[in-house]
Design a protein around this ligand. Structure first.
Ligand code: ADP
Length: 266
């Protein structure tokens, strides 16, 4: 009888602990939702005056200026753009969280996608004297082109930002009935203790790059992870501190070819 009473007591305790854990999980989810909603509302409202500022900057740029003044105007222009990008990321995150983005898979040739990425990122890579390479442009997949481009845009932007020497490679190849897409860099890398958290919202590894070079809020990879879910691929990362990182995802090759992703390590 005593044993039965003790078992009942333990079972009751377990139920209370389970209920408490569930309540804590719900509270954390509600807090996270409230946080993103607040940022979405704030970024939407802050974007309006920002757009007005960019019009003023444009008007200023069309007038002749002394070189020093022109440089200052260019500085304001860059800051306005950076802010606009940040607010855009906050809005993206909420749209993704509220299920407001519907994937539209279709045939996707890598060649034009790589060409657009090269056009966008080459000036930045050249400025940092980094080699920027693309491999496997002959391949094609079946996925939403806009979402895949946004993922690669984010990963490539990070790869260049967190690399000081060497270069960055965007590579794709067939593996296990899917198209494996990878962004390699020879940058600062990510410490093993931080790896599990890099896809969390607002997570940034402090001290990896000088504060001035930091740009984001730690939302880029949180967006990438959600885009990956919509595309139907987990985005994975392998990294060696001081050596570099590789971010990978995989796409179906053709319509209806939704073979499960391989879990093999990259
Ligand atoms: P951020 O806006 O800070 O770049 P992200 O969500 O894109 O936010 O990345 C989160 C953090 O992960 C970054 O602050 C950085 O510390 C780390 N990180 C992301 N990509 C790389 C990379 N290619 N190499 C090294 N560290 C990276």
């Amino acid at each position: 009888i005593r044993l039965k009473a003790r078992t009942d007591e333990l079972a009751g305790q377990l139920r209370v602990e389970k209920a408490e854990a569930e309540a804590a999980r719900r509270a954390a989810e509600a807090a996270s939702r409230a946080k993103t909603q607040f940022f979405a509302a704030a970024s939407h409202d802050l974007r309006q005056p920002l757009h007005a500022m960019s019009l003023y900057v444009e008007a200023l740029q069309q007038r002749p200026h002394e070189p020093e003044v022109a440089a200052l105007v260019q500085g304001v222009d860059a800051s306005v753009r950076a802010l606009d990008e940040l607010f855009g990321e906050l809005l993206d995150l909420t749209r993704l969280d509220s299920g407001g983005i519907e994937p539209r898979p279709r045939p996707l040739a890598m060649q034009p996608l790589f060409a657009r990425l090269r056009l966008h990122f080459e000036p930045l890579a050249e400025h940092k004297r980094l080699v920027l390479r693309f491999h496997g442009a002959q391949h094609a997949a079946f996925a939403d082109p806009v979402l895949v481009e946004r993922v690669l845009h984010n990963l490539l932007g990070n790869a260049i930002r967190y690399t000081e020497h060497g270069g960055v490679l965007v590579a794709c190849r067939r593996r296990g009935g899917r198209l494996l897409l990878q962004v390699w860099d020879t940058g600062v890398g990510i410490d093993a203790q931080h790896l599990p958290r890099v896809f969390d919202e607002f997570f940034q590894v402090r001290g990896m790059v000088p504060a001035l070079q930091r740009r984001g809020l730690g939302l880029g990879l949180a967006i990438v992870r959600r885009l990956g879910v919509l595309i139907g691929s987990e985005v994975r990362v392998c990294s060696r501190p001081g050596r570099g990182s590789v971010f990978s995802l995989s796409l179906p090759l053709r319509q209806g070819a939704a073979l499960p992703e391989q879990t093999e390590k990259v």
